[in-house]
Design a protein around this ligand. Sequence first.
Ligand SMILES: Nc1ncnc2c1ncn2[C@@H]1O[C@H](COP(=O)(O)OP(=O)(O)OP(=O)(O)O)[C@@H](O)[C@H]1O
Ligand SMILES: [Mg+2]
Length: 350
Amino acid sequence: MARRLAVPVPQAVADLSADWLTDALHQSGAVHSARVTSFTTGTPGSGRGFTGQTFRVALEWDRPEEGAPATVLLKVPSADPGNRGLVEKDGAYDRELDFYERFSADFPVRVPRLYHSLRDPGPGPAARLRTNRLIDRLPESALRFVGRHARRLVRPSGRRYLLLTEYIPGARTTTMEDYPPDGDLQEILSALARIHARWWRHPDLSDEEVVSWPTVTQTPRLMHGLYRARRSEVAERWPHLFTPELIGLTDWFGDHIEDLIDFINEPLALLRGDTRTDNMLFCDDGLVMVDFGNLGSGRPAFDVATLLSSTLVPGADAPSSLPGTTTRPWSTRGWSTIPWPSSATTSTSA
Ligand SMILES: Nc1ncnc2c1ncn2[C@@H]1O[C@H](COP(=O)(O)OP(=O)(O)OP(=O)(O)O)[C@@H](O)[C@H]1O
Ligand SMILES: [Mg+2]
């Protein structure tokens, strides 16, 4: 297998050129004869990413041509090797390219049009699973060590990734600091329902050449090691958030992590993943979804829960702890066999 593509794959704005942009847009079929003469780059007006670098690229053309975009969006991996290694390890760059190459042309929700995508070859799904299983079977102490030094130990592979897509101008998003209006929330939920319904128990989900990622990590013990390695420092800084009850719950989660992750990952539908509202662009024609770095198969409730966990204003009578064993509404499969922690069985008022 070739280790690298034999073509340039810009990984920073400095690697771009008018000729490269012209060729990429010609190959996409969107433009036939007009050529880019110059371009300027900036950050997207609606927000800024962390896992990747996202640039708005405004194009000047040598002649008018129908279909020649005035602006495109360039997305390349993070320039920070620590971030890039961790994000790549969980497949975020491959997941997003898989989405645009395999699903974006016929998706039940509007997404930016793909113009060009490039990535160096990498391991296939079976090889990836083998490596991940080996890593995840390391002893607890080794996993914590890896967790503590993850940013230095999990190095990026050197593969290059690039996406060039339609730019959605003038969009409105809700950041993590605000709550979205009810109308936006409803529109996002019904868009998620269309995605989940389209791929509900679909044969694509068992074809690893089509959907090759579980929604949640293939290395649950390693990810938990990451959390455990840093937990005490974080808990000391925010003791009002990391209450003994919460720590008890996360310990329980850690003790049962493999079963719980298997449960979430049961491939019932295609999940868009990362349903944070800053990935939901609202423009005059309605909702456009971006950021597919967590695409995978799994349990649709996961997409919905991710969205609601940061978007619902807690009600006056919201419970401050999870319900006890007898009232768990979701104990239909899997969860019911896992002993529930005693700290979560009492319910206190908000
Ligand atoms: N096609 C687009 N048109 C207009 N704005 C966009 C487009 N794609 C992304 N954006 C804006 O850029 C922001 C960052 O993009 P994106 O979420 O894809 O990057 P990321 O690095 O994966 O982000 P993060 O790590 O924060 O989730 C988005 O929140 C959105 O506001
Ligand atoms: Mg994002």
